[in-house]
Ligand binder design. Sequence first.
Ligand SMILES: [Zn+2]
Ligand SMILES: [Zn+2]
Length: 373
Amino acid sequence: MDILQEIEMRKEEIFNLYHTLHAMPEVGFQEIQTSQFLAEKLEGAGIVTETKINGTTGVIGVLRGQKSGPVVCLRADMDALAFKIDGKDVNIHACGHDANSTMVLMAALVWAKRRIKRGTLKILFQPAEEALGGAEAMLKSGILADVEEMFGIHLRPIQEGKLGQATPALCHGSSYIMWAEIKGLPAHGARPHLGINAIDAAAAVVNAVNAIRLNPTVPFSVKTTKLLANNGANNIIPDRAEMVFDLRAQTNEAMEELQKRVQRAVENGAAALGASSRISVLGGVPGASYDQGLIDLTSKAIQKVLGETMDPVITPGGEDFHYYSTKGQIKTAYIGLGADLAPGLHHPEMKFNLEALIHGAKILAAIVEERLN
Ligand SMILES: [Zn+2]
Ligand SMILES: [Zn+2]
């Protein structure tokens, strides 16, 4: 029996794993039951497992082959989302990380049973993708220092792919938040010439930011999302403004350029009115940066399972997975899996066709077969 047939035979088990994980939704860095359940399953299959990675809920399992070969990692995120429904706080797996964990777990279980021939397979269950911070915590622990190749997987909303479809390159954009402070000079409303109005300066900054132009072949956007100024009396020329900008770009190169331009707009916009400024990056996620070799390999695995593969899918959402390639220097590919998922990710009533779990587990198992068998 080949590995794909074996997964087909274990269909009910896959559905049960999913239902169990679905019934224990926990938010980022609090995936206590989830990580315990996943660790028990790995250990039960004879996989050497380490928990509490870097003091978090992260879990990693390791399978080693007899012969030398690459160190390959399958990564899933574990966290659910917090909602307030009818006045009650509830956690829901509305992004399908329970599905991602199920697929990666199943691929690990089938390979634990038949053993990989060469190299090393690491199975990573990462906490806190939604709140971000999970991928960075895993990298900082050092447990991924030897990993050369990493594969991620995520269900897609129906607009990006139907059941039976998958792409080997789900291209998330990069998104960052920048913060700026504008300092003017206070004065009486009757004597504006003696002050520097921070709101006037901020308005010049807003205009300068809105006039930023980048190469139009790469999607990007930037906008002011916060402007706070003067919480004092109504007849004071305000001397301070605080601004926040939301930056999006499809490539990391474009994001780098965009950040420089926003900085220039803030500094020069404020300076045009005689105000001073400072600006910093509050946080964000890098965009997808995939390895073509791994995309080709993943594409082959998708073809084997589903008959054909989709082109790369560009999605405006972000993913902390891309820390592994941009900060960890690991080669990556990321599967976007069609699942007839509706109404959408992050919707509290999100539903998908469970058959997708079988497709995903098979694709991941086929990748391992190609690299480590
Ligand atoms: Zn999400
Ligand atoms: Zn997600």
